[in-house]
Design a protein around this ligand. Structure first.
Ligand code: ADP
Ligand code: MG
Length: 364
């Protein structure tokens, strides 16, 4: 089921006369492709949950429309939309067994949607088996680990066979290892069921690893919608470039002059096709190669060896941060000097932005 959002906006009124209204979601215009896992990514407070709750019917849009396939569901009550929702805090009923928790939404079905006891049992076992908690059905939530509780919550969302599955930061309460494992599981479950899924997260790495398509949001406004690799390689603005990637992109003040790119007085590479003027330069950590006579020379600070990676930490006055980080191969650092380090830059890893609008600049 594809989901289409047309000019969807949510404005929360100010609580008092003096306090300002909040535009939580601003004119969202999107198509979520059928059967895919869409990652909705952005910093805390950017409107992710509000967007999700409008899709599922828990929040009423201020304006705009929501379609499931060809059906306009904007005014349809939540329980008639056929959505499954999983929250960050699993919100299981503590006095009920796992089986009863998963079955609960089925007991609420009315009229022609009502199911026989047998069919309910069958659906619960199917959902439990999909999230691999078949053996835990008779336990109480308090007898489960966090990861198992979250699986129960996912099973409960799946048991109604939803048309759309909505996950709001479902892994935030899990420890790091479990988070990795559970996100693999969610990916598998989504693949097996083929349910159109929206996965909300503020964690760019999580979004990158799990999503077929990423939507990056900032202050209620969609910045970019693309496959994870494309958002990383080809960000539309400085915000997206900075938000994706760990370690983060290195940012410098620079300028273009006669189709050459300058950082301070250093002519660091060609800028063919770019207009003269001040620019913001973003260089991914993997965009540096150590070369003795490289054109970009920085003050050497230290080496960080982290598993496979070697990071060269260095300084230059035009860098936005105190230091910059270059990730290089361990062979590269053997001949490193003590005071300074010179780099050559990989053109595909160097991105230019307008210093005023912070939009991506592209060669003519
Ligand atoms: P996210 O899920 O990305 O962290 P939210 O969608 O929860 O962001 O919130 C977006 C913005 O809307 C925030 O500024 C938040 O304070 C505001 N907001 C959310 N819910 C309400 C509400 N019920 N009343 C007023 N403001 C709200
Ligand atoms: Mg939220």
């Amino acid at each position: 089921m594809k989901v289409v959002l047309k000019n969807l906006t949510k404005i929360f009124p100010g609580r008092t006369k003096k306090s300002e209204q909040v535009v939580a979601v601003d004119n969202l215009d999107l198509e979520l492709p059928d059967g895919k896992l869409v990652g909705l990514l952005g910093p805390s407070g950017c409107g992710k949950s509000t967007a999700l709750y409008m899709i599922c019917g828990l929040e009423t849009p201020t304006s705009g429309e929501i379609y499931f396939g060809e059906e306009n569901v904007t005014k349809l009550p939540a329980e008639e939309r056929g959505v499954g929702l999983v929250f960050q805090n699993y919100a299981l009923y503590p006095h009920m067994s796992v089986r009863q928790n998963i079955m609960f939404p089925l007991g609420n079905l009315k009229g022609s949607a009502r199911l026989s006891k047998q069919e309910m049992e069958r659906r619960v076992e199917e959902a439990a088996s999909l999230v691999q908690i078949d053996s835990l059905l008779d336990r109480k939530p308090s007898e489960l680990s966090g990861g198992q509780q979250q699986r129960v919550a996912i099973a409960r969302a799946l048991v109604k066979m939803p048309r759309v599955l909505l996950l709001d930061e479902p892994l935030s309460n899990l420890d790091a290892r479990l988070r990795l494992k559970t996100r693999e599981e969610i990916k598998r479950i989504q693949n097996e069921t083929g349910i159109t899924t929206v996965f909300v997260t503020h964690d760019q790495e999580e979004a990158m690893s799990i999503s077929d398509v990423i939507i990056v949001m900032k202050q209620g406004v969609v910045q970019q919608v693309e496959k994870p690799q494309a958002v990383y390689d080809d960000p539309v603005n400085l915000f997206v470039a900075k938000f994706l990637g760990t370690p983060a992109i290195n940012v410098f003040k620079g300028r273009v002059l006669d189709e050459r790119l300058f950082i301070g007085e250093q002519d660091v590479m060609s800028a063919e096709g770019y207009r003269d003027g001040d620019v913001i330069i973003g260089i991914r950590p993997e965009g540096f190669t150590v070369r003795e006579d490289g054109p970009f020379s920085c003050e050497f600070v230290r080496l960080d060896v982290m598993g496979r990676d070697v990071s060269i930490i260095s300084k230059c006055p035009e860098c936005e941060e105190e230091t910059l980080r270059a990730i290089v191969s361990s062979d590269d650092v053997k001949g490193l000097g003590l005071k300074s380090v010179a780099f050559e830059l990989k053109p595909s890893k160097v991105l230019l932005f307008d210093p005023v609008t912070e939009k991506r600049l592209r060669p003519a």
